[in-house]
Design a protein around this ligand. Structure first.
Ligand code: MIC
Ligand code: SF4
Length: 757
């Protein structure tokens, strides 16, 4: 596309960056990392610059832009509607990508999605039009790919209502996933608050070769740091290895930083980013960035002596990196391909690969597709017929159009691949996989980022492994999880042993990108006359009613709705797939609340005791019964509760159904903020082992909620059925402002109040 979006804004950001960094240097008085430079350049109150405490200070920021996808934008914009503003305060976009189900192939599936989701797409399109929001239609592509191609810029700061917003770190941004309520604040012209993050430095040396790809860097990092190792931290990559990676490869690495819980990941501006900006029609942005180049990367002293500036440093030699397969069921279980035979046997993983899927926001760049196509081409030339099914979901119409022009789709056709619409599709469970309902144990491999149980096809017995698109393609051809393309051979149709050569492909199209109909709708210049209608009887959309304020009293006589055991991700709390249909209707989507979580007391899913009747029933039903009887409840959980997605539904639903507090060993960052924003109590055990003290029939009394204050523990009395009692201390991370949200019944209530005053 020829037009550069929001160039004035980028220019203004670049004009102020040098001065802001100079001011920060004065107070911090040492060389700065890239992350610090971007954070300091985006302070809401630049005059209050100070040496903020990592992991301690809450700081207000002014992000440059906001991105939203269809499944979360509905709730974000339903909230924004209530803020009483005529227009968004910063450039914002909506992308329709999550609601398209992959079934037959791109055209049919897209048409089907348009028919099914017409009401929601119309709502999003008209509300975008009204409030000055750029709207990307269904089929235009996946939010993060479209953002990288059109909006991301080095040194910028963005928030987005999707955890993989972090993808834009590939173009040197600080881009952070948030809940819709946070997005609403920024669109309404308010500050955005974040605890000043810790910094993890990852030094990349050497150069990728052979079968290794950028994806393997993050698969390895996930193995080292685990799903919670990045919590509260920004991961900054640097070193000659970092510079040798393509810009989209960097995007892949940052994208999957969400899987280690990192606030975001980023890379310093370099030649690869300049090449990408020029190739995507933004030479003018590249020129501007070149003008302040030294400010768009970390100081040389930092990279020369990283231990002195980062809280943790990891070094990875790209020259020695092996392709990895991470999974099943968690993205941090990393196995180098050479160890897969042994691991699969040890764990009894089915080794027959049923399906290989490439694409998603993580891995759908031109380079990814070109390299995978080189393998498909080899399969054809060497007489190999893929043993597994194989599918591609391109990340954007621009990539799809270009790869079609360059013959890659035709190559994939020759190996019988299916091309799905430019959308999330199977990655978010929008995949009508034939036979999934039989719930058979089986193995699939994909180039996406998440592999939580049931995520892709709804079958809890599908073992999904995450790999690079290249390895995914090779394993689909081999139909075997233990096939190591570096050492192993395959038998072709003529019975000959053949070997696959390492993949190859261009980083960017030599003939340039091309697209016919990108799928963008610019907003009306004056949207004041546009009506946004929500039908009162709609089952898809529902206007929001305010949550009740806190009554100023201790919560007493609370019941344990569920004590969740083990992993409890946002997929367990508010499942996606078929439930995506209710993302704009709080009452309806609340019927999936915690239906994926395992009940500690009976080991079962979606079966908890209703203390009013003594019977066991489904979680949402039991909670609705408590609500009707005005019985307060709490949800108890394990570590890293709420990991995964940014979906604030996982916080709003329990809140809507009347749950009063979530008490866990630890939270994932976005979920904790979402709970606070919605006026829920988000608490952590002061002693993790107190988790064991909570019994099924307990009555729980707060003893000191009336003196709720920052940095002060709260106490809960557990009255057990046998008459004994325990008093436990719980921690919280609320600051004074966040306590006001709690008191008001949610942050939005404060905004509503300010409008009527
Ligand atoms: C995901 O990858 O889980 C999603 C779907 O993109 C989510 C957003 C959502 O739940 O709508 C995310 O990662 O934030
Ligand atoms: Fe879509 Fe999957 Fe990316 Fe989430 S991770 S934005 S569902 S492609």
């Amino acid at each position: 596309m020829s037009k550069v979006f929001d160039l004035d804004m980028i220019q203004a950001v670049y004009n102020r960056i040098p001065g802001r960094i100079a001011a920060a240097r004065e107070v911090v008085n040492r060389p700065l990392t890239l992350s610090e430079k971007i954070l300091y350049s985006h302070l809401w109150e630049p005059e209050k610059v100070s040496a903020f405490g990592r992991g301690k200070s809450y700081v207000d920021f002014a992000p440059d832009r906001v991105a939203m996808q269809d499944a979360t934008a509905q709730m974000a914009l339903l909230q924004f509607m209530q803020a009483g503003r005529p227009q968004v305060a910063v450039p914002s976009t909506v992308h329709c990508d999550h609601l398209i189900q992959a079934k037959v192939g791109s055209d049919t599936d897209l048409q089907e999605a348009l028919n099914k989701n017409n009401e929601v797409f119309n709502f999003l399109s008209s509300i975008s039009n009204k409030y000055g929001i750029g709207f990307w239609k269904p089929g235009a592509g996946i939010i993060h790919q479209v953002v990288l191609e059109n909006y991301a810029f080095p040194g910028g700061m963005m928030i987005g209502t999707d955890s993989h917003t972090v993808n834009a770190g590939g173009l040197g941004m600080i881009a952070i996933g948030v809940g819709g309520a946070d997005a609403m604040d920024v669109m309404a012209g308010m500050a955005w608050e974040l605890k000043w993050p810790k910094l993890i430095g990852i030094k990349l040396t050497g150069k990728l070769n052979g079968w290794a790809s950028a994806k393997d860097v993050i698969l390895k990092v996930a193995g080292i740091l685990t799903v919670k190792g990045g919590t509260g931290a920004i991961v900054e990559y640097f070193g000659e290895g970092a510079e040798s990676l393509s810009c989209t490869g960097k995007g892949t690495i940052c994208n999957m930083g969400a899987e280690i819980g990192a606030t975001t990941s980023t890379f310093g501006y370099d030649d690869s980013m300049e090449r990408y900006l020029r190739a995507t029609g933004r030479a003018v942005v590249a020129d501007l960035a070149n003008g302040i180049r030294e400010h768009l990367t970390g100081d040389p002293e930092v990279y020369a002596n990283p231990e002195a500036y980062f809280d943790q440093v990891i070094e990875i030699n790209l020259s020695e990196l092996e392709p990895h397969l991470n999974g099943p069921f968690t993205p941090d279980l990393a196995t180098p391909i050479s160890k897969m035979k042994e691991e699969a046997a040890k764990n009894n993983w089915p080794t027959k690969v049923e399906v290989g899927l490439i694409g998603s926001c993580t891995n759908s760049s031109y380079e990814d597709i070109a390299r995978s196509a080189s393998l498909a081409q080899q399969a054809v030339a060497k007489g190999l017929k893929p043993k597994a099914e194989f599918s591609i979901t391109p990340g954007s119409e621009q990539v799809r159009f270009t790869i079609e022009r360059d013959g890659f789709i035709a190559t994939f056709d020759k190996i019988g691949a299916k091309v799905f619409a430019n959308a999330c599709g199977p990655c978010i469970g929008m995949w009508a996989r034939v036979g999934a309902e039989k719930k058979e144990r089986n193995t699939i491999v994909h180039s996406f980022n998440r592999n939580f149980q049931s995520r892709n096809d709804g079958n809890p017995n599908t073992l999904a492994f995450v790999a690079s698109p290249e390895l995914t393609t090779a394993l689909a051809i081999a139909g075997d999880l233990t096939f190591n393309p570096i050492t192993d051979t395959l038998v072709n149709e003529k019975g000959e042993h053949v070997k696959l050569d390492a993949p190859s492909g261009d980083e960017l199209p030599t003939k340039g990108f091309d697209v016919d109909e990108p799928g963008y709708q610019a907003p009306a210049a004056d949207g004041s006359g546009i009506q946004v209608a929500v039908a009162p009887d709609s089952e898809r959309l529902q206007l929001l009613a305010p949550f009740p304020e806190w009554d100023g009293r201790n919560i007493e006589g609370a019941r344990v709705l569920i004590k969740a055991k083990g992993k409890c991700t946002t997929d367990h709390i508010s499942m996606a797939g078929p439930w995506l249909r209710y993302r704009g209707h709080l009452d309806n989507i609340a019927n999936n609340t915690l239906i994926g979580a395992t009940n500690f007391f009976n080991g079962e899913i979606n079966k908890v005791k209703n203390q009013l009747t003594g019977e066991y029933d489904e979680v949402p039903k039991v909670q609705r019964a408590y609500k009707a009887a005005a019985v307060p409840t709490i949800v108890v959980g394990d570590s890293n509760y709420g990991e995964g997605s940014s979906r604030e539904h996982a916080a709003m639903q329990p809140r809507f159904l009347g749950v009063r507090a979530i008490l866990v060993k630890s939270f994932a960052r976005i979920h904790e903020t979402n709970l606070k924003k919605q006026g829920m109590l988000a608490l952590t055990f002061a002693n993790e082992s107190d988790y064991d003290k909570i019994q099924e029939n307990d009555l729980i009394h707060f003893t000191d909620l009336t003196s709720f204050a920052p940095e002060k523990q709260l106490h809960l009395e557990l009255a057990h059925e046998d008459g004994s009692k325990d008093v436990i201390a719980v921690n919280h991370s609320y600051n004074a402002q966040q306590i006001e949200w709690f008191k008001a019944g949610g942050a939005l209530n404060l905004i509503r109040r300010s409008l009527t005053n």
